[in-house]
Design a protein around this ligand. Structure first.
Ligand SMILES: [Zn+2]
Length: 87
C-alpha cells in the first residue's frame, strides 16, 4: 500500500492533452516539468491510497470538478512558462 498524490497524475494527463492542441509553445521536457511544478504548487494535493496501481479512493464526481481547476491552472502555467522559458 502506498500514498501518492493523485493530483500529479491528473496534471500530467491534462498537460499532455492541452499541449497536443497547441503548436506555438516549447514542449521540451524542461518546459513540461516547469509547467507541472508551477501548476502543482497552485493546487491542493490529492492524496490517495494505492496498491499495485489500483486506487482505493472513489474519485468520480470530485474528479470532474477538480479537473476543471487543473485545466484552468495549467492554461496559466503554459502561458507563463512559454513566455519565460528557463533555457
Ligand atoms: Zn522548452
Amino acid at each position: 500500500m502506498k500514498i501518492f498524490n493523485y493530483m500529479e497524475t491528473v496534471v500530467e494527463d491534462e498537460l499532455e492533452r492541452l499541449l497536443s492542441d497547441i503548436t506555438d509553445v516549447c514542449k521540451c521536457q524542461k518546459c513540461r516539468m516547469d509547467m507541472m511544478v508551477w501548476t502543482l504548487n497552485r493546487l491542493p494535493p490529492k492524496y490517495v491510497l494505492s496498491d499495485k496501481g489500483r486506487m482505493y479512493t472513489k474519485l468520480t464526481e470530485q474528479d470532474v470538478q477538480f479537473r476543471a481547476d487543473v485545466v484552468r491552472e495549467l492554461t496559466k502555467a503554459i502561458i507563463h512558462i512559454s513566455k519565460n522559458p528557463k533555457h
